[in-house]
Structure formats: structure tokens, C-alpha cells
Write a protein that binds this ligand. Structure first.
Ligand SMILES: [Zn+2]
Length: 123
């Protein structure tokens, strides 16, 4: 009888351990997906109204003096070179524009969209 009780107690401990370690794993995965990091080039798309086009430029310093323009990030880690359209709050975009380094830099944010149209929401 005593032996049986000890054995079932052991099962309870084992079960709690399995449940606990599973929930820790689940939490760790959530954290990874909360903020994605892309390593790539931040590219300014400077509008050329006369041509009706945009000129892609890798700035050599802060670009907030170039007027209103959009940005994309080219992921340089992948062979396909996925391009992410950059979105975010005005403050987040301002922080990005004031960042001097643009080549092979880490850009943190949330990835959305799909393989035909990736979006990176910076924060
Ligand atoms: Zn720019």
C-alpha cells in the first residue's frame, strides 16, 4: 500500500514536470515571434515626380532631411532576398530615418503579409 502511494506520487511529480516544461517551451516560442529581426539593407525610395518613379538609395547617414519618402528592407541573409515594405508609427519611422547605418543592419519589428508582399512593422 505504502509502495503504491509513493509510486502514484512519483507520477504526479513527473506529470507536473512535463506540463511545466511544456508551458515554458510555449512561452519561449511566443517571445521569439513577438519581435522578429531582419538583417539587411534599409533602402530609401526617393520619389522622382518628373519621371513618375522612385529612386532606391542606400543612405550613408540619417535620411530625415530628404523629405517624405518610403522605405523597404532587403533581407540579405536569404538567397531569395525578400523585400519588406516598412511601416510603423511616425515615431518609429523617425527613429529608423535617424539611424546612420543602413547596410546589413538588424531591423526589429513584426513581420506580416505573405511571400508576395512582406510587411515589416517597426517599433
Ligand atoms: Zn530614408
Amino acid at each position: 500500500m505504502r509502495y503504491l502511494n509513493l509510486r502514484s506520487l512519483g507520477y504526479v511529480f513527473l506529470l507536473s514536470f512535463v506540463v511545466l516544461s511544456f508551458s515554458f517551451t510555449a512561452n519561449a516560442e511566443e517571445e521569439v515571434h513577438e519581435d522578429d529581426i531582419i538583417v539587411g539593407n534599409v533602402i530609401c525610395l526617393l520619389p522622382n515626380v518628373a519621371d513618375g518613379t522612385v529612386k532606391p538609395v542606400i543612405a550613408s547617414g540619417p535620411c530625415n532631411g530628404h523629405g517624405e519618402h518610403a522605405h523597404v528592407v532587403l533581407d540579405t541573409r536569404t538567397k531569395e532576398g525578400s523585400v519588406y515594405a516598412v511601416t510603423g508609427s511616425p515615431e518609429a519611422i523617425e527613429r529608423l530615418e535617424k539611424t546612420p547605418a543602413r547596410k546589413n543592419v538588424e531591423v526589429k519589428g513584426k513581420i506580416g503579409g505573405n511571400q508576395d508582399a512582406w510587411i515589416l512593422s517597426v517599433d
